[in-house]
Design a binder for this molecule. Structure first.
Ligand code: AMP
Length: 332
């Protein structure tokens, strides 16, 4: 039997290169070898209080973009998280055995407390239990995610094992972060520090649907420095980040050309950024075309979502039935 895989992306806007290279490229490769569930994490996105119109629009974007990137709904179950209420039910049960101390220690929670001090809601605190419910509901063993999600996976194993111990069962298998590349991927942003993420600012992100003009503009404003002052010197973070981005979109010759220029102190950041932008445009072009095409076909989108919800619920209901019995919710 094929191993089960689960992963999702929050619909907080359009997908960026971080989502694409950190997660979606793995989804596309995995779909033929595993039993895959890829979802749109709309329940997770409620922590940021989107308006109903925004939420619906963002869910649509992610659905379109999953399909445009090559996730095949014939091979894979693509669904919207809120269409599977069993996830919310499992989240409730897992929360009963998730402790304040461990939730408060999560790095992503601490980051959110810092970045949005006016909205530290219980959904943010219990984000790892909802993520655990997403994975455990299908009893998945592999989760394709970027490096930023590693700690959440560890918490998922803790919650699953704790449930198993408490109810003397082996219902939940352990799941591990997965990537085809040797290490989990972290795509940097354009702001000189940190990862590409909408919460670090729109200008740190290159979106899959960005036009060539958008890409040229954003890359030309990317943070660099005054240039190297010694031969072969170590690059500062901002410059290293741009080289890391070049590694994912440019040819080996182009990269080594600019590495050489940097090491010889002859690099012109203007030329370097122009090349980076053009290579990003080329990498994005086929996906962007597909996004435009698929987004016109509402009937197709509706069919994909409906079919995915049915398949996901079938799997989720099997788990929830067992969970309810184990907990002691039994019919008289
Ligand atoms: P999120 O946008 O937090 O819902 O993340 C969705 C997926 O994209 C997760 O698997 C993340 O690990 C991945 N991801 C988001 N931003 C990045 C990034 N800058 N580098 C690598 N992976 C990322």
């Amino acid at each position: 039997m094929k191993e089960t895989v689960v992963s999702g992306i929050r619909p907080t806007g359009k997908l960026h290169l971080g989502n694409y290279f950190g997660a979606v490229t793995n989804f596309v490769k995995m779909q033929y070898d595993y039993n895959c569930y890829f979802f749109i994490a709309d329940l997770h996105s409620l922590t940021t209080h989107p308006t109903p119109q925004d939420l619906h629009g963002y869910v649509r974007h992610v659905l379109v973009e999953y399909l445009a990137c090559g996730i095949n709904p014939e091979e894979t179950t693509i669904y919207i998280q809120s269409d599977v209420p069993e996830v919310a039910e499992l989240y409730l049960y897992l929360n009963m055995n998730a402790y304040m101390g461990e939730l408060e220690r999560s790095t992503s929670f601490k980051d959110k407390v810092r970045s949005q001090p006016d909205n530290v809601n219980a959904g943010l605190l219990t984000y790892p239990t909802l993520m655990a419910a997403d994975i455990l509901i299908h009893r998945a063993t592999k989760v394709p995610v970027g490096k930023d999600q590693e700690q959440h996976l560890e918490m998922t194993r803790t919650f699953g094992n704790r449930f198993n111990r408490l109810y003397n069962t082996d219902l939940f298998p352990e799941s591990f972060a997965f990537s085809y590349s040797e290490n989990l991927v972290k795509i940097p942003g354009l702001d000189g520090k940190g990862k590409m993420s909408k919460s670090n600012g729109e200008n740190t992100c290159i979106y899959l649907s960005d036009s060539p003009e958008d890409i040229r503009k954003k890359v030309s404003r990317a943070v660099t420095d005054g240039g190297p002052t010694e031969e072969n010197q170590q690059k500062p973070e901002a410059v290293q980040n741009l080289f890391d981005l070049m590694k994912i979109v440019s040819s080996a010759d182009t990269i080594s050309h600019f590495e050489d220029q940097y090491n010889k102190m002859a690099i012109r950041y203007g030329d370097f950024k122009k090349q980076l932008a053009e290579d990003m445009i080329i990498a994005n072009a086929p996906i962007r075309e597909k996004i435009e095409e698929i987004s016109k076909d509402t009937l197709y989108l509706r069919q994909v979502a409906k079919h995915g919800a049915l398949k996901a619920r079938e799997s989720a209901q099997k788990t929830i039935k067992e969970v309810r019995q184990l907990i002691g919710f039994k019919p008289f």
